[in-house]
Ligand binder design. Sequence first.
Ligand code: F0G
Length: 456
Amino acid sequence: MSSPFESYITSVIRPIHQTTREERLKIIQEARYNLFKIPSKYVMIDLLTDSGTGGISNQQLAELILGDESYAGSASFEKMKEAVYEVTGFDYLIPTHQGRGAENVLCSTLVKEGDIVPGNSHFDTTKGHIEFRKATAVDCTIDAAREPTTQHPFKGNLDLEKLEEVLRSTPREGIPFVLITVTCNSGGGQPVSLENIRGVAELCKRYGVRLFFDMARFAENAYFIKSREPAFKDWSILKICREMFSQADGATMSAKKDAISAMGGFLALRDEELYQKCSVYSILFEGYLTYGGMTGGTMGVVAQGLREVTDEEYLRTRIMQVAQFGEGLQRREIPIIEPVGGHAIYIDAKRFLPPIPQSEYPAQALAVAAYIEGGIRGVEVGTVLADRDPRTGENRYPALEMVRLAIPRRTFSDNHLRYVAEVFEQLLRNRDQIRGLKITWEAPVLRHFTCQFELI
Ligand code: F0G
């Protein structure tokens, strides 16, 4: 029988600095209502991201010290390469400073003006890399993903008909690759089924198009496959991972998520010729081929992290914590995206704040209110993030306005998360006091991180 508690104990801690509501009101004004600009010491429960914020293990800490910092041919690189091979079966590895570094190397090699890259709600940096090259990211996610309460075990799935339509109507040389993001972050941390992955791979093969994964949260996706897809319930997590990756030509990885490292990433490839082409950009942008912007120690941390993250007991407690947090919010009648995904809870801001129109950024308004009320930092996943249409300059209004509360791995206790649920309960009771926002300044691309607001 599996135990109802975490598969590890906490042995290194960091204190939380307490703030008052009055202090937070002042801090958020100074930050122009952008939560990215708040110094972390003024955040009590930081759920901004699960990226680079996980608790590292004693064995990972040991790897930091054991790191081989040689410029070329580092032993730590060999360690990482071996671990990546174990999980993915890909022979060629290009380390990068983080996930977007890998996206940059891959897109520099394969994406050109006018191209189309179909996928399931590409993450914003990925979309940024595609659009920066005047290509288009086409979202082929199933329609159920846009319905916040529709129950579907794999809301990250691609709609095979939509995908085939894109593949049929575009010349082959206009599609550098299809990208499957597991789990699908922009769609609510929703998983993709193995059956769907196989279906996508089959289409890609038929149309002669490459298939890549954005594997940032691959282990969490594998756990969902094991627990929700009956055909694979007796498979080990590692076997499921290997089967997923066997369908693809390569993957980009942000090691800050499912490798539980503070930094790092990589591009893993099956084909030597493509590896040679990518190597040029890797050396140009990231660093020499055996470190690519990572220290030797960090490569060791990633290697060890990849092994720990595929441990089923770890994954069970991880997915269970996020699910229980979701249940706690639902008991308090807080509208969330259902079913709960792997790394985060997404609060449905349209249902939470029906009077605030999308043009007044309801999800940003709710995220700001949660900071003021409880010192909690979440992140807007709505109109601010969706940014403007590069052609028309108009706001793009996404189907969902969400506040993401990402849960760092092996970091917060259930008590911390219960406090967060209580704060949102309080906000719901007083929701008529929450005001919309107006943008007073924004950057030309990726405005999310730096734009400034004022209260309406
Ligand atoms: N792909 C996915 C699915 C991601 O979630 C992220 C980052 C990246 C790529 C880029 O990786 O940050 O290492 O360069 N997501 C973080 C988040 C920032 O908070 O969800 P990176």
